[in-house]
Write a protein that binds this ligand. Structure first.
Ligand SMILES: [Zn+2]
Length: 235
């Protein structure tokens, strides 16, 4: 594994191996079992394997399983912002490795990797899709086929921050489609959807619905980070 020479957050040169200064590293929270078998939310107490959280029982997601490497917090937020707004690529192998570790069962069964797309205008303005980069890193390390543009955002949606869980769901409903030319690729496949952060799960849900409408057999989700609590909590 190639370690970045500069801190992924402060951009300062690091004295030793590692991606972050030790005090920032110590604040990163890696998600680990016990987790909800469906959405990957952390349980605070030990549970039977295969246990599903209350939110997933009350309102089962369209995707089969979601997993994330990190709890979305102060340090992981900086990592995501570095990817998204500064276009830092030097940490991709490392971040992709964390994601592959967190979702190794999902990755082992995946037949096609698809990132959550940006709307065309946002893609043009930013010049890249950070979820596409993460998806490419996962595809490269696993050998699973990648389709960076199987999904298309057909509606430009306002930035989700500040919206309630219901607001987010409404915001992205019907915002995604599988491109005509990708339908053959998606049909009958177990698709692994990749995004940077899972908050309420509304985006993952809307993408899953679009993939299933195009004939995907099943959809799993891997993100770099996710909110620690149940899906209904909006941040
Ligand atoms: Zn759950």
């Amino acid at each position: 594994m190639i370690w970045p020479q500069r801190s992924l957050i402060t951009h300062r040169e690091l004295a030793g191996p590692g991606a972050l200064e030790p005090h920032l590293w110590a604040k990163l929270q890696f998600l680990s079992e016990p987790l909800c078998a469906r959405c990957g939310a952390a349980f605070e107490i030990a549970v039977e394997p295969g246990q599903v959280c209350a939110a997933c029982i009350a309102d089962p997601p369209a995707y089969e399983r979601a997993r994330a490497a990190l709890v979305y917090g102060d340090v992981s937020r900086e990592l995501v912002l570095g990817l998204k707004y500064q276009g830092r690529r030097d940490g991709l192998t490392l971040l992709g490795g964390w994601m592959a570790g967190a979702g190794k069962e999902l990755l082992a069964e995946a037949e096609l990797i698809v990132p959550v797309p940006l709307h065309y205008f946002r893609l043009v303005r930013r010049g890249f899709n950070q979820s596409g980069w993460l998806a490419a890193a996962l595809a490269k390390s696993s050998g699973v086929r990648l389709s960076v543009d199987a999904l298309k955002r057909v509606r430009a949606t306002p930035i989700q921050g500040g919206l309630s869980a219901t607001g987010r769901r409404r915001n992205v409903q019907g915002a995604f489609r599988v491109r005509g030319m990708a339908k053959r690729l998606v049909k009958g496949k177990r698709v692994l959807l990749v995004d940077d952060v899972l908050t309420t799960g509304a985006t993952a849900e809307a993408c899953t619905v679009a993939l299933k409408r195009a004939g995907a057999r099943c959809v799993d989700v891997i993100t770099l980070a996710r909110v620690a609590g149940p899906r209904s909590i909006a941040i």
